[in-house]
Design a protein around this ligand. Structure first.
Ligand SMILES: C[S@@+](CC[C@H](N)C(=O)[O-])C[C@H]1O[C@@H](n2cnc3c(N)ncnc32)[C@H](O)[C@@H]1O
Length: 328
């Protein structure tokens, strides 16, 4: 059996994911592009998985989050002739939107339910019960060997698995690396500590000389970071640091309590975003580790194992698309 231990990394905790999903996000993409669900080539890839599903078919989504994939499938299938059931599995306490209410109704043709706080390594779904197992940036967060075994267990004979996973060369992973570089620039400036100290000393009424010196250092840090931000195509991490830090540094001059609570929120937001970026880099497949994964899938008995790069309409790589079938 190939060694896949290096493929396993889960760094953002379930509680942190739960906190993220409780904010009402549908996906983990930052921008407005996927606010209403997956579009473009991602959507096309997923819709290509649906033909061939019979009436009464069952789809299982591993690492579903708030249900971007179940929603895409439900919207596509709700007016069709087939009855379909979809189950979203996630380790975290997720918070799917009210739009799912209609897919819980008795007479709904497409039924969607979620099993929150449930590991994809042990879904507790029935053996041979799924026609299609899917995962969008979910599979790679689990233990690959255990998850492949679980997929094999729940799939019906000839059932299909389709996944999109992070890859080191994708623009998402490259962007995450860029965000971590920006975080390091903030750390080189010791920005969070400087802002914390400024709030503490200003609120404590320290002498004008001490505060003047600190203000000058803080301003110089902000200036340097602003200059560095211009070198990045997307400087979201530096924007969090600069805009948040400046707002707090100003606020303490009129309302120390409010500044302290802003400081807490700022640090939480920064740490959570940073951790998600670290996580993406940690779970992303390399060419070598994905080939190990494909070998392991074959060794575990999956057939027709295929892997290709999935590109955005603008040509940028979004990650790897992996498909396979359970043996007949
Ligand atoms: C990047 S999110 C992807 C969410 C969703 N598939 C989407 O496209 O928006 C990864 C999700 O995997 C979940 N997760 C991580 N490890 C897991 C595990 N071992 N079992 C089940 N879910 C897990 C996390 O809680 C998180 O919601």
């Amino acid at each position: 059996m190939p060694d896949v231990s290096n493929l396993k990394t889960t760094r953002v905790s379930s509680d942190q994911w739960a906190e993220y999903w409780s904010q009402g996000h549908l996906t983990t993409f930052g921008g407005p592009e996927f606010e209403d669900g997956y579009q473009g080539n991602i959507k096309s890839f997923w819709l290509q998985q649906l033909p061939g599903l019979d009436d009464g078919a069952s789809i299982v989504d591993l690492g579903s989050g708030n249900g971007a994939l179940p929603l895409l499938f439900a919207r596509e299938l709700e007016d069709g002739p087939r009855k379909i059931s979809i189950v979203g599995i996630d380790n975290a306490a997720i918070a799917p939107s009210d739009e799912f209410k209609k897919y819980r109704k008795r007479d709904a043709r497409v039924k969607v339910r979620f099993k929150a706080e449930t590991p994809m390594e042990d879904t507790r779904l029935k053996k041979n019960s799924a026609d299609l197992v899917v995962s969008h940036y979910g599979f790679e967060y689990g233990d690959p060997e255990k998850v492949v075994r679980e997929i094999q267990r729940i799939l019906k004979p000839a059932g299909k698995v389709a996944m999109i996973v992070h890859h080191e060369g994708s623009y998402i992973v490259r962007k995450a690396r860029g965000m971590l570089e920006q975080a390091r620039l903030g750390e080189d400036e010791r920005l969070v500590n400087r802002v914390k100290k400024w709030v503490r000393d200003f609120a404590a009424g320290k002498s004008g000389t001490v505060l003047d010196k600190q203000a000058a250092q803080l301003e110089a840090s902000f200036d340097r970071l602003r200059t560095q931000a211009a070198q990045f195509q997307d400087a979201h991490m530096l924007a969090i640091l600069i805009n948040g830090g400046m707002a707090i540094a100003m606020k303490v001059q009129s309302d120390a309590d409010e500044a302290r609570s802003m400081l807490k929120e700022w640090i939480t937001e920064y740490n959570a975003y940073r951790l998600r970026m670290e996580d993406i880099c940690a779970v992303a497949y390399t060419n070598k580790s994905v080939s190990t994964l494909m070998d392991m899938m074959k060794e575990q008995g999956l057939a027709e194992c295929r892997m290709s790069v999935l590109n955005h309409e603008n040509g940028a790589s979004l990650g790897l698309a992996i498909t396979a079938r359970a043996a007949v």
